[in-house]
Design a protein around this ligand. Structure first.
Ligand code: ZN
Length: 296
């Protein structure tokens, strides 16, 4: 009920933004080549993801790949007009039906950033926290755990893991292999365990970035050179290690338009997040960065 009310109010705001011309103005600015629209999802429903893709196609957006962005940043390609880059974080199993099939059907490139340990073990760490709360084993939310030093967080999660069994949430390594072989899918790195990198030791960051790259490359038999920072948490240290490990492009969760200036920091590209389980109108406003101007 609470969620429905929240979504209804969100929908009202979104309809207001759209009907008063915000969306039209953003379209015009994208068309003039002022910025590339940079959008990311986690585990969207097929309805929302397909709606966003269809809206972009209807408005004649050009879909870029990671390689396109690198070439534009190196000035080997001109800065495009009316362009978008679509990325997804984590590697949720429902992406197979809700994202990969849609990308193939509409022939639009998307990048999926995958954490390798959940692929091997099935579950993301924060799901144990959520389950621990539900089962009254703990009484502290996920956001608190993100503030802990990494070793402490891992130890706390393990205590819950020992008591609870959860169903698979991530795709399997076979599925990662299968989608990586498809024309419209690029696989990028998202660490091994999805830690908060800024809460890790130097050695842990290095291993998270290095081991996940090797594991993914081994699965998909292609180089992995793109990356998204888990939780959008990073600093100069993380960007430096990415560079050292031959990652060429990385995405943050900073909610901003990707313009010529931001493209100069190719390891710190901004993205607008489209949340799950929302109305189409709100998803559109989030995709266009209208929502983030007023909320979040
Ligand atoms: Zn993530």
């Amino acid at each position: 009920m609470k969620k429905n009310l929240r979504n209804f109010i969100g929908w009202l705001f979104a309809v207001f933004f759209i009907s008063t011309g915000f969306a039209r103005r953003i379209k015009k600015r994208a068309k003039s080549g002022e910025f590339i629209l940079s959008v990311f999802f986690h585990d969207p429903s097929k309805e929302i993801f397909e709606y966003c893709i269809k809206w972009l196609l209807k408005n004649k957006f050009v879909f870029l790949t990671q390689n396109d962005l690198i070439a534009i940043s190196n000035q080997k390609k001109p800065f495009p007009k009316n362009a978008v880059i679509i990325t997804l974080d984590d590697g949720w199993k429902d992406n197979l039906d809700n994202v990969v099939k849609v990308a193939n059907e509409y022939k639009v490139p998307v990048t999926i950033f995958i954490s390798t340990e959940p692929v091997q073990n099935g579950v993301y760490w924060w799901s144990y926290i959520e389950a621990g709360n539900k089962n009254k084993l703990i009484n502290t939310d996920v956001e608190f755990y993100k503030t802990l030093p990494n070793d402490e967080r891992v130890a706390e999660v393990k205590k819950i893991k020992d008591k609870i069994v959860l169903n698979r949430e991530a795709m399997t390594s076979t599925q990662v292999m299968e989608i990586a072989a498809q024309d419209f899918i690029t696989i990028g790195g998202h660490t091994v365990t999805h830690p908060i990198l800024t809460q890790c030791s130097y050695e842990d960051v290095y291993n998270e970035l290095n081991d996940s790259k090797k594991t993914l490359e081994n699965w998909i038999n292609k180089p992995v050179y793109s990356f998204a920072y888990p939780n959008g948490s990073y600093g100069d240290r993380e960007a430096g290690i990415l560079k050292e490990l031959n990652y060429n492009i990385a995405h943050t969760t900073k909610a901003a338009y990707l313009n010529q200036a931001s493209l100069q920091n190719i390891l710190e590209l901004p993205r607008f997040f489209v949340i799950e389980n929302t109305s189409k109108a709100e998803a559109l406003c989030r995709m266009l960065g209208i929502w983030q101007r007023f909320f979040d």
